[in-house]
Structures are given as C-alpha cells and as structure tokens.
Design a binder for this molecule. Sequence first.
Ligand SMILES: [Zn+2]
Length: 193
Amino acid sequence: MIDMANGETVATAAVGREGAVGILSVLGPTPSDFTVIVRARVTASRIAASRFHAAFNRSPAIRHVVQIHVRAIVKQFQLGAACNALHPVEARMARWLLHLCDRIDHDVLPLTQEALSQILGVRRTTVTLLMRNLRASGAIRSDRRGQIEIDRARLVAAACECHGTMRHEIEEIFSMNTARPRDFVVPDNAIDE
Ligand SMILES: [Zn+2]
C-alpha cells in the first residue's frame, strides 16, 4: 500500500507464495514508503535483510529467482498504473478480488469494506455500492464478519481485462525461467520464523 500525505491509501501490488515482500532491497538501501498488510491467514518465513543480501550475493540461484520476481512485480506496477487510470472502479474491484484469490488456496477472502476502500483508494460508501452490484450479479457473497466468497467465473466477467493480462504475463515470466540452478535451496539456518 502507498500512504498519501492526506491520509488516503491505495494498493500497488499483491504478493503471495510466488514471491516475497521487501525483495527490492537488493537494489540498494532505500527508505520504504510502502505499508505491507497481511490480508489472509497464511504461513510465511522471514529473513533479516542483511542475511538475505549475503545469500543473494553468494548464490546465483537466489539471484535468479529474485530477478524473476522483480520482473513480475514491475509488471504488476505497470499494468496496475494503466488499470487505475483507465478502468472503472467496479471492474478494478473485481480485478483486485481475483488478484488476491490467486494468491491463496481458496475462494473466500477475509476482507472488510474498510480494507477494500483502502485497496482501491475510494470511499467506503462507494465500496458498499460496488459490493451491492457484484452481489446482485452473483459474483460475490459476503457476510458481516468481513468474509467475501467469490464466484470466479462471474467475477472474471465483471473484471476488466487486466486480471487476465496480468496473470498471463506473470505466469509467462515464471514459466520462461523454470530452469533453476541446483543450489536453489536456502539453508535452514538462513531463515528466521
Ligand atoms: Zn483494468
């Protein structure tokens, strides 16, 4: 998420099991303007930046996967910028829901209307209206505890083409780079839980 000076926020990228947060730190020390929010109950591993940088410098395999992920993230930024500028907010909300579901193992997202307004950079009243429309079309079901269940096919129909484009292009980046050097595995003692 990016936080603007007036307190507004908007989501810039979603990262799941295909990548890592903070990975751009390998490009050099830069103060981060991003806020990272965990949107689903997941298990993750954490590594200190200094140990990650040491592993990155030591291992061609780690450099290889980091380069793949950086390309995928840049693609997200590029397509996301175009989508935010050109596509209606209802289609963007459908795109974000699909985008988030792609990164977990099921079709139920723990997302409140407040969270959606922060992701999209719109008012909560707008989110209420958008959710009503998506519910009416059968694309989502939501309850008061902030759980949104998606109907993937209907949500795809409601989304702009950016979800499909983004998914296809990112899958292509990963599939073009499937050959992995043998020292891919990070030693256990390099990872902090
Ligand atoms: Zn779009």
